[in-house]
Design a protein around this ligand. Structure first.
Ligand SMILES: [Mg+2]
Length: 426
């Protein structure tokens, strides 16, 4: 994909160290299966813990699946969903499930501009009440949010005081409160130390086959080539080490440790790049980590400390690092803007929207990555249009992809058939 930042020839051989994200990067999710799991969890959480009426949330297969996309904002205060162009203009908007006209958009948002646009361009994280949907994981939150907005609006319109959104809480219901309740269920789903693993995220690492796809033979060979070429290869994920090991065993095999020099879990991206937090050795949690040791696993940490540790590990004063991940917010943007690393972005939408040749041989890719069921969420769809272009103009997300990544590819298999480069971008 073309980029202002990208040089024409991106060459992985120029880097001394290559870091990999796990979820959505080395682990290819089966999104429909994951969405169903999370949707079920959130529905149960909202009804059991927050006392919502289950009849106000549509069953997963009857729900508004097309809304689960990547590359828009949720105005959590007003219950609106906003697709924004690269100049800050709100191009498409929905209140719950209802499309908003241009006049309506302008009446709510002066000049039809995203109010926090400049802030977003600078930091690329959610700002004020504008929650950024940067990855597919949050799709079911939005789907359920639109169900409950419909319920609130019906309640207000019909003036039926007896029809409460919740069984036990019938006052003070706001869109913001509903969003906060859904989001607290989302955080609960990802709880790294749950008392009960059933139906939670951690269960995927124990039973991964329904939700993820193992790495191809070509990709595994390519990863080993990186190490054979004396690159420092590391894994850095916000998931726990326990989760990561379970997944790596499934996608790479029992020799998964041979693919990496070391691993970091609970990195807490993007704050990893800006906070100060010590590393923890997962084998000896009381030990002070003064150096990185080969084949070992760590948790937490931060960029400032990591820079020194990586220098010692590689024996280089300033090793050149490439980081590969699927999130603009958590991976590409902070890696390039804060750490000044190289950033390679995994963007499945490129395959579905035809940014790459449909001929797998021309792409050097050995398989089609996104199946037909997931294409609805990943590529252009009737609700959101294209991830890249709307009305002939770059979306905000497409603009940031170009500005914050050195190269974007649909999946690692698109480069795993090549030698260690250079590859021509665009
Ligand atoms: Mg990821």
């Amino acid at each position: 994909m073309n980029s202002k930042r990208q040089s024409e020839n991106f060459c992985i051989n120029e880097y001394d160290a290559v870091g990999f994200d796990l979820d959505g990067c080395l682990l290819k999710y089966k999104w429909n299966a994951f969405f169903e799991l999370l949707h079920h969890y959130l529905t149960t959480y909202l009804t059991k813990v927050k006392h919502y009426d289950p009849s106000h949330i549509q069953p997963f297969n009857d729900g508004w699946k097309e809304v689960m996309f990547r590359g828009f904002f949720v105005d959590t205060k007003r219950g609106n969903l906003l697709l924004v162009l690269g100049d800050g203009t709100i191009e498409r908007a929905f209140h719950g499930k209802v499309s908003l006209s241009c006049d309506r958009i302008t009446s709510i948002y002066p000049d039809a501009k995203l109010p926090v646009f400049e802030q977003i361009l600078k930091n690329f994280v959610s700002a004020d009440e504008y929650h950024m949907i940067d990855n597919y994981f949050e799709g079911p939150l939005v789907m359920i949010f639109t169900d409950l907005i419909t319920t609130i609006d019906n309640k207000v319109c019909k003036q039926q005081a007896q029809l409460s959104v919740m069984k036990s809480l019938d006052t003070g219901i706001t869109y913001q409160k509903v969003w906060d309740d859904i989001f607290s269920g989302y955080l609960d789903f990802f709880d790294p130390e749950p008392t009960d693993m059933a139906s939670r995220f951690i269960e995927i690492s124990v039973n991964p086959a329904p939700y993820g796809i193992p790495c191809s033979r070509h990709l595994k060979n390519w990863l080993k080539c990186l190490k054979a070429a004396n690159k420092c290869v590391f894994l850095m994920t916000s998931s726990t080490v326990t989760f990561a090991k379970g997944i790596l065993h499934y996608i790479l095999g029992e020799d998964y440790n041979d693919y990496f020099d070391f691993g970091i879990g609970r990195a807490g991206k993007p704050s990893f790049f800006s906070c100060y937090r010590k590393f923890v050795d997962v084998d000896d949690r009381q030990a002070v980590v003064t150096k990185i040791e080969a084949k070992k696993w760590y948790e937490f940490g931060c960029f400032g400390i990591f820079t020194g540790l990586l220098g010692t590990f590689t024996g280089m004063t300033k090793p050149k690092v490439l980081y590969i991940g699927d999130s603009i917010k958590n991976d590409a943007f902070p890696a390039s803007r804060v750490a000044h690393w190289g950033a390679l972005l995994i963007l499945e939408a490129m395959e579905v929207e035809g940014c790459e040749s449909p001929d797998p041989e021309k792409n050097n890719c050995h398989c089609k990555i996104v199946d037909d069921e997931d294409a609805l969420y990943v590529g252009s769809n009737p609700v959101w249009g294209s991830f890249f272009l709307n009305n002939g103009k770059d979306t905000l997300f497409a603009r940031v992809v170009k500005e914050a990544s050195d190269v974007a590819i649909p999946w690692l298999d698109y480069i795993s058939g090549k030698s260690l480069f250079p590859i021509k971008c665009g």
